[in-house]
Design a binder for this molecule. Sequence first.
Ligand code: AMP
Length: 552
Amino acid sequence: MTEKRKFHAVRGVRDILPPDTSLWNWFEATARDVLEIFNFREIRVPVLEETELFARSVGAETDIVSKEMYSFETHDLPDLAIARSDILLRDPSVEHPSSISDYQDRLRVLYAALQHSFLTGAAPRTPQNQHAINHLGALERAVKELTLRLSVESRLVPGSQVPPEPNASRLRNELKGLVHDVHYALSQIRLGDVITLRPEATASVVRAYIEHGMQMLPGLVKLYYAGPMFRRERPQKGRYRQFYQIGAEVLGQTDHPAIDAELIEMLTVLLERCKLENWTLLVNSIGDTNCRPAYVALLREELQKVKDQLGPDSQRRIETNPLRVLDSKLPEEQPIIAKLPMISDHLCEPCREHFAELRRQLDLRSIPYKVEPRLVRGLDYYMRTTFEITSPHLGAQNALAGGGRYDGLSEMLGGPPAKGIGFALGQDRFIEVIQTAGRIDATRALDAFIVWMGAAAYPAAVRLARRLRQEGLCVEVPAEEPKLRKALGLAERLGARFAVIIGENEVQSGEFTVKRFADGEQRKLAEAEVAAFVKAPAQAARESESKSEPAD
Ligand code: AMP
């Protein structure tokens, strides 16, 4: 009997349920509208990309690429993959000595199969695979030789499969080394492409820009995307492993700061439409390939002096990516970071001028901002302008949106020279602050619940429902004949604004009883009149009636 079990969403990912989904849909529609009035058009990029794309653009040393990506190999060689995992799971150096010949057999078969799939092209014919498979062949021969030696030396002890000590432990150690090398060789073999669930979308957009020759399009290429991203971060409030971003990218031949400012302006328009206040815009310039290297060298030097006072992550980053140390959120590191040299004091003249013009452009648009010299952002491809919008309502994960300039990313990915800037906003977090602010009501009300009684009333109910739905109203018709009181109770619990009651009498008279729950008002109306009554807001309806009909 199969075990009964309940399934749950996997760690760090979640369901988004009604009525919240109404707000999600409202937000998406609003964001799309704002993006489109700024002349951005949507691009839909895949959720899967080659892992290498992110390693090259986001940066191999970033947290995202080094530990947060969901990556896997994709291929049509399931048997080979099973044989490979089987070898990886075995360690004959700790098992009974007799297991070594079984291991060697399996390794021989795996090696032959790998070689075959490489030669036929079923596995990628890359130099890396060629090298790793050759290495595996040499290891297979070494294991075979060891197997023979083991068997010969075992004969020294009659009736035993184990050679005398210390030969036994020497062979075991040798085997341990070989098994380790086999694991390494196997880890270098790719049965197919290694692909990743996208942790962000800028890399994909730039890949698509290059792939489709979009540099040939007239003017700036202004694209936006919306969809889920995946990062294996430690889940906490506001931080999910599947989260949703809406982002925009501008690619083209100019890097004028007006582009940066307009992109930021667009975000502020969206914040306004969401009726959000109290947000903060942080801006910075992180220099370019001309001035940043000298600053990074200086920063590294200064960081070396305070290395002992930093945590392990920051210590590691001194070598790998010193700028990221500035991004640290550890409270105990903040006083140290505050004393480090600031990039703003080390910008070259063109970068300094670019940043000054960005600030003038923001002033021109009356957009309030704060210069935050520590704002470096976590992805490698940024240069010059970086920005972030934070909200005090979000707690530790307070970034609503972030972005920056990435001139040169196209070239890095093998494309034509292009300047670029973009941002991504976190939809999960926007929704949270919109809910906290409570100024947007996007819930879709049930407009009418049709209570029908008697078989003759059902066709009338179906006809009325169709008519009301044609008018864009949301209508519920019970599938089975309901009891009047129960049905009215259900209608109220469902939040229906109106109940329409159709009994045999109503069918005969052609007039339905329509009840407005807000004030209990009840009317007899012909089928054609129901929609207008349901559509009129309760308050407005009463006011217009009191004006036109003198009270008696
Ligand atoms: P990033 O791509 O890291 O610059 O992130 C851009 C925006 O996406 C952030 O400002 C957040 O609002 C949102 N975001 C990033 N990571 C997560 C996550 N793990 N969970 C929820 N939102 C996220």
